[in-house]
Write a protein that binds this ligand. Sequence first.
Ligand code: RTP
Ligand code: MG
Length: 138
Amino acid sequence: MERTYIMVKPDGVRRGLTGEIINRIERKGFKIVAMKKMVISRETAETHYGEHKGKPFFEGLVNFITSGPVVAMVVEGPNAIAEMRRLMGATRPWEAAPGTIRADFATTVDENVIHGSDGPESAQREISIFFKPEEIIG
Ligand code: RTP
Ligand code: MG
């Protein structure tokens, strides 16, 4: 069993795609063990995306991710980190495989609907940024 941090980004929430995304996660057979709607502070956004600090898109990324509510989740299941990345599709939606969330619902790299942790260390780190241990109900 593995846990990953998943987030419906502000564009996904604004466009009413939260239910569709939850549906895909649950149909896959994964379990949502924590979930909340929240507006991320700049400080939290900069921590979450710390690996991208200094890159040309960093400022825009922080502005975007703080631009409206997100739906944050912890998703649990076998190989959940890699499998959720597979369901999400590639970062650039035009490179995402057909049938993936980003291929089906996004057109630009800046607003690509969903975030998912990219490895075990970032999963642990990101889960602890957004959730207290007692908010995770297995
Ligand atoms: P995420 O962290 O949001 O799940 O996306 P990811 O792992 O697939 O991609 P990552 O490399 O971590 O990049 C984080 C987000 O930054 C934006 N980005 N823009 N303009 C660009 O070249 C560019 N590159 C990355 C994307 O919104 C990406 O999701
Ligand atoms: Mg990433």
